[in-house]
Design a protein around this ligand. Structure first.
Ligand SMILES: Cc1cc2nc3c(=O)[nH]c(=O)nc-3n(C[C@H](O)[C@H](O)[C@H](O)COP(=O)(O)OP(=O)(O)OC[C@H]3O[C@@H](n4cnc5c(N)ncnc54)[C@H](O)[C@@H]3O)c2cc1C
Length: 508
């Protein structure tokens, strides 16, 4: 191993001699959980090395096309899927700053019913409660400039949704987002090239380096070093961001401990690869799959204008298990969502400017699993239940009604076995849409579990203090630890849980 490099640096792909570093803490993964934990420890005066599998991109370097985004910023070009009785695409990022760099920046506080469920069913009441989570979320909102989306930057696709919800007497709100000076450029999902989105690559990781911390990028961790029941550090090899060629080996020794925050698709497989065993490892994998309904209007709706997600409703969350959201997609992604081929597809794509898409994100009951395959891949098993399907069907019907109430000529619900195009007189036909997972056009982007948190040692991989059971000096602070779905967008909860945990570890 070579000598330790100077503190306060960013080191990326390298070939040649192996690299050795030393710090109080090593954090694996720089997304919502990892970055929040790392900056909390650094501010408390601890030395921190963050090790991130993906590359560091500044907003000026974000690709201009969705294809480039998938190549440079998505995990495996967006090719990860959950299988069961169907194939559901799973979207996650792989770059410095993690999935928040490509998310819609929606910030929602942890609902009180979720904290009550964590207290009553998972024994977490002493650690995660309204006061501890609320205090962390106050600080996050102040730092990340969280504010309601201004109607002035919304396109008609979002304002129409707010109007439709109000017309139906349903709760409606502009989304709260971690953005400053949003220009409504519809680039949230490709990475905000205007630097409006307040993500860790533009804020917390820069501050971490200024405080003497180190960030390794293009540095997938292959294993946590577990020695005699204690986490001593991590090992891996740099990986070229485009060719995936493996470069120099690196190792980071952790004087105080290792924090794993490699996400709901990364943390459980990493612990498995490190030789850790627990009957619950990889279990309790959950999600909020979403299904969109497109309305086609006579007037231009200009889906390419405004933030990606500017309007939402929690009206059906408690009773129907569904959150309704506006979602605008760039033409390239829209083309993948819309039905048809050849002339049919071209006709529908020509209508792009006249389309609006609203989504049901379902708080699914289904519990899946994740594991590392023998060749080092990730196997995800996930099958939404009949109740989950009934929920998406009901959400879809509500959205169809909303589109027609606002004057849509036709809607595309995207359900196999149903007509492609619905006119207003056909809405009730959706009640006959099959409760069969293979018929729905779902995407999974809110993921939970694999290293679930809880008080029962037999049914949780990490204890309420987020320490991995049976191993000293090892913690998990990302979406993989959350024991339940939330029914709202998860990044705020993940960051708050990470901050509460890191403050305790720092003795602050
Ligand atoms: C398209 C999309 C839109 C979304 N919109 C919203 C939204 O508007 N609001 C919201 O609240 N949530 C949203 N989410 C979800 C939210 O972004 C995630 O729930 C959250 O980022 C998860 O945090 P995490 O820390 O668990 O993982 P991530 O943020 O994904 O970070 C994990 C990091 O670990 C790295 N990593 C993985 N394995 C390794 C390894 N072996 N070695 C080193 N590094 C590794 C990854 O490269 C990644 O950077 C969205 C998600 C998607 C995909």
């Amino acid at each position: 191993m070579t000598a330790t490099p100077p503190c306060g640096s960013h080191l990326s792909y390298a070939e040649g001699a192996a690299l050795a570093l030393d710090a109080d803490w090593v954090v694996v993964g720089s997304g919502a959980g990892g970055a929040a934990a790392a900056i909390t420890l650094a501010r408390a005066g601890h030395s921190v090395v963050v090790v991130e599998a993906g590359p560091w991109r500044d907003p000026e370097d974000y690709p201009h096309t969705m294809y480039g985004t998938m190549r440079d910023m998505f995990l495996n070009w967006g090719s990860l899927v959950a299988t069961g009785d169907s194939i559901i695409p799973v979207v996650q990022a792989r770059l410095v700053g993690g999935t928040p760099v490509i998310n819609s920046a929606i910030v929602v506080r942890t609902p009180g019913d979720v904290l009550a469920q964590w207290r009553d069913e998972h024994g977490l009441g002493a650690v995660f409660h309204e006061e501890s989570i609320g205090r962390a979320q106050d600080a996050i909102e102040a730092e990340l400039q969280v504010q309601p989306t201004d109607r002035g930057v919304m396109g008609p696709t979002a304002t129409f949704m707010l109007d439709a919800l109000q017309r139906f007497g349903m709760e409606a709100h502009p989304t709260d987002r971690n953005v400053a000076n949003c220009k409504g450029a519809m680039q949230c999902l490709q990475g905000c090239r205007n630097r409006s989105k307040q993500t860790a690559n533009v804020l917390w990781l820069r501050e971490l380096i200024a405080r003497g911390g180190t960030v390794l990028s293009c540095a997938p961790v292959d294993r946590v070093r577990l020695v005699a029941g204690s986490a001593e550090g991590v090992d891996g090899r740099f990986e070229h961001p485009v060719t995936k060629t493996r470069g120099a080996a690196f190792g980071v020794r952790a004087r105080r401990g290792v924090i794993v925050a490699a996400s709901a698709t990364g943390s459980a497989p990493l612990l498995q690869a490190s030789g850790y065993r627990h009957p619950w490892l990889g279990r309790g994998w959950r999600g909020h799959p979403g299904a969109g309904v497109v309305g086609v209007y006579d007037r231009p709706m200009d889906m390419h204008v405004g933030p990606s997600q500017a309007a939402a409703s929690l009206h059906l969350r408690a009773t129907g298990g569904v959150k309704l959201e506006h979602l605008s997609l760039p033409l390239e992604l829209f083309a993948a969502r819309i039905s048809g081929a050849g002339r049919d597809l071209m006709r529908r794509l020509e209508e792009y400017r006249h389309c609006a898409m609203w989504v049901s994100a379902v708080r699914c009951d289904a519990e899946g699993s994740i594991r590392r395959t023998w060749w080092g891949g990730t196997a995800l098993h996930y099958v939404p239940s009949r109740r989950d399907l009934a929920r998406v069907r009901e959400g879809t019907k509500t959205i169809m009604r909303m589109h027609f109430a606002m004057g849509a000529r036709k809607v595309y619900p995207g359900v196999v076995g149903m007509p492609t195009e619905f006119t207003p007189d056909m809405v009730d036909q959706i009640d006959r849409a099959p409760l069969d997972n293979r018929c729905w056009t779902w995407v999974l982007s809110h993921l939970f579990g694999g290293c679930v948190l809880g008080a029962d040692p037999a049914r949780s991989v990490v204890a309420p203090d987020l320490a991995v059971r049976g191993v000293k000096r090892l913690h998990v602070v990302d979406a993989s630890a959350l024991p339940t779905t939330l029914g709202v967008n998860p990044q705020h909860t993940i960051m708050a849980v990470a901050i509460v945990t890191a403050r305790r570890l720092a003795g602050a």
